[in-house]
Design a protein around this ligand. Sequence first.
Ligand code: 26W
Length: 826
Amino acid sequence: MPKKDIAEFLEEIGGMDVESLVNCVCRHHLSYLGRDYGRTDLFSLYQSLAYTLRDRLVGNWIKTQRSYYNQRAKSVYYLSLEFLTGKSLASNTISLGVEKEVTEVLEKFGVTLDEAEGAEADAGLGNGGLGRLASCFLDSMASLGIPGYGYGIRYEYGIFKQAIENGEQVEAPDDWLHSGNPWEFNRKGFMFTVRLYGREEQYTHEDGSVRHRWADSAKVMAVPVDMLIPGYRNGNVINMRLWEAQPARRFNFDLFNSGDYIRSMEDAVRSQTISKVLYPNDRLSEGRELRLVQQYFFVSATIQDMMRRFMKLKLDFSELPNRAVVQLNETHPAIAIPELMRILIDEHMLNWDVAWRICRRTFAYTNHTVMPEALETWPLDMMRKVLPRHVSIIFEINRRFMEDVKSRFPGDENRLKRMSIVEDSDSPQVRMAWLAVVGSFIVNGVSALHGELIKKSIFQDFVEMYPGRFTSVTNGITPRRWLRQCNQPLSELITEKIGEDWVTDLAQLRKLEPLAEDPEFQDRWYKCKLKEKQRLVEYARSEYGLYLPADWMYDVHVKRIHEYKRQLLNVLHAVTLYCRLKKDPNSVTVPRLKIFAGKAAPGYFIAKRIIRLINSVGAVVNSDSAVNHKLRIAFMPNYRVSQAERIIPATDLSEQISLAGTEASGTGNMKFALNGALTIGTLDGANIEIMEEVGREHMFIFGMDADEVGARRHNGYNPSEIASTDQELAEALHYIGDGTFSEGDRELFRPILDTLFNGGDQYMVLADYRSYVDAQDRVDELWMDCKKWLRSSILNTAGSGHFSSDRAIMDYARNIWGVRPMKMDK
Ligand code: 26W
C-alpha cells in the first residue's frame, strides 16, 4: 500500500479550476478513449468530461462511506425496483459547484453545457412517479447527509422509447447503455450468489433441533454496479447500487465438461435475462415469473450486502434494527421480509420469535396506490417453484398472524379470510401488500389524503388490528433538478432577490410573497417564462420537428397515459373549444397551446387509443384556419425526465385532473407549481396540500371531491343522463364518434366512447366535465388580466417550499427511520 493519503491522490487528479479540468478532459481523451483531443466529437467530449467529474466525486464518495463505518451510523436501505435518474451531467456539475468552470471548459471546445448534455442518454430505469420519487429521495439524502443507499436493478433496457407513427404509439427498446455509462463503477469483486428454484429440505442439526434448508437450487451472480450521487455542495456522495445478473462462474460445469458447450452457454444467457429489461407496466400486476425472479434477485443481493456490513460490526443480531432500516418502495421488494427471516433462521440459527422481532423492527413499507388492480399478488404455485423455502416461511408468518387475528376477533371467519396473506381460492395467491403490512413496523401513504384513504379502504382490517402502524409522508421533489438546474432564468432572478439558500431550504421561497405585486418584478418574472418558452420552441423544433407558437398560453398535461388521470377530459375540452371556434372564430379569447406527453403501457389498449385521439384531434385542429389562430395541440413523443426539464419551466397551466381519490399524490403537480405554473386540478392527492400552501384563489379547483365521488358511486351514476343534458358535452362526444377526427371512420374511437357509455365511465369523466370547462373559462379570464396572472404565478412558486424532497426525507428520518443528518469525518 502506498503511504499516500487519498487527499494526495486527489491532488494529483487535479483541482476544480478551469485549467485542471481542461487537462483532465484531455487526459481522459487520450488514456480512456484512446483519441486525439484535438479532433473530438460531442459524444467523446461528454464522456471525458463525465470521467473528469467522476474523478472529483470518488474521493468524497470514499470519505462518505468511511464516515458511515467509523461513526457506526444507522443507515437507510432504500429498496426500489425503479430509479428514474434522467441525465447526470448538469446535475452533478451543479452539485459539485463547478457550473461556471465547466461552462468555460466546454467553451474552449466550442460547445455549451446544454449541447454536451444532449450527448448523454437518460437513465430511464423506471415507469413514472414511483421511480422518479426514488431518485429525488437519493438526491435529498445526499444533500442532507442522511446515511443511506439506494438499491435496485441495472436494467440493460430501461423504459421503452416511444415514437408516434400515424398518430399511434410505437415502442422501441431503450438501449441506453449502447455507448457505455461513464458515471458507473462496475464492482465485479463484490458480487454475491443468488439462489433460485430447488426445494426445501428438513434435516437434524448437530444440536439436535430440526431445521430447514434450501437444496438443489440454481445459482446466478449479482454484480454490483455503483452510481455516485453527490449532495448539493456539501462534500457528501452516496451510492446507488444497481445489480446486474451474470451467470454463476461454474455454472453448469458438468454440461460444459460433457462437451455440451452450447447448452451451457444457453443457461448463461438465461441468467443474464434477469436484469435485461424493466417491466413497462405502471399499475397492472402481471404475475410473470421473470418479474418475481427480478424482485428476489435484487432483494437477495441487497440483504446479503446489508448483512455483510452488519457482520463487520460484530454485534448481536438484536442490534440490526439499530444499525439499518429497510424502506420498501411499494411491495415490489416485499420478498425481503421472508428473505431476512430465512437468513436469520436457516443461516444464523436464530429461533423464530427472536428473528421475527428483528425483522419487524427493520422494515418500513410505502404504499403508492389505492387501486386494487395494482395490488401485487403472486400465484402460490409459481412462488413455490421459484422460492420454495420462502413460501413455507410465509405460511408460518401467516399461521401465527391468523392466530393473533383469531384471538383479537374471535369467531370472525370472514375477517380471517380477508386478512390471510395467502388467499384461499381455486388458484391461491400470495398477497404481497398484506405481507408488507404484517412484516413492517410502519406503513405510509404518500399524501395526507392518500394516507387517510388507504386506512378506510384496502387496509381497514389492518388498522383495526394495528391502529398505530399507519401514517403518511407527503411526497416531494428535489429543488436542485426541478428549479435550480432546469430553470436557469427563474433561479437567477430568485437568487438575486432572496439569496441562494432556497436551494437547500426551499421554505425560504416565501420571501418572494412581498414581491408578487411589484410591477417591475412581475415584468422580469414574465420575461423568464418567455425565455423558457423560446427554449422549448427550439427544442421541439430540433428534436421533433414541431413548430410551437412562442407567445401563447401553454396548457400542459404530461404524465403516464391512464384512464384515471383523465387525459380524455382534457381532450373533451379541446373539442369543446374547437366547436365554439367553428361556430364563431371570436368566441375564444385566449390563444392556447395544449401540450400532451406521456407513455401508455404497451398492453393498455384504451390508453393507446387515447394517444391516437389526441393526435387525431390535433391534426384536424392544427390545420383548420378557422380554429388554429386560437387553439393548437402538440403531442411530444417519448416523455422522459430530460424532456420534462424542458417542458415544465415553460408551462403556464398545469393539468392535474385525476378523479378525486385515485392519484395517490402526484409529483408533477409540485414541479409545475414550483416553476410558477397555475394548476387546474381536482381535490386529489397532493393537489389538496398545494392548495393549502398556495391558496385556493391562485388555482383552478374543480369537480367532485373524494367523498362526493364515493357518494355518487353509491347512489348509482348514470353517464348517459349527463351527456343528454349538457349540450356542449353532447356535441363534443358526437364529433369524436362521427368521424370528424378520423377521416370519416366511426369505429376508430368507438372503444373510447364505449368505456363511457357501456363501461360505466369508471373515472367519471362526464360527471366532472361541466365544472372542468367552467374552470377553463375562468383560466381564460384570469389570463386576460396579465398582472393578476403573474401575481398568482409568483405566489405558486412562493408557496411550493413544503414540497421539497428535503422536507419529505426529514419527515421519514424523524418519524420513521430514526436517523439523523451526519457530520462527515475530516
Ligand atoms: C405491479 C405493477 C405496478 C408498478 C408500479 C403497480 C404499481 C406501481 C406504482 C405504485 C405506480 C406509481 O408510480 N404510483 C405513483 O407513485 C407516485 C409516487 O408516490 C405518486 O405520486 C403517484 O400519485 C402514484 O400514482
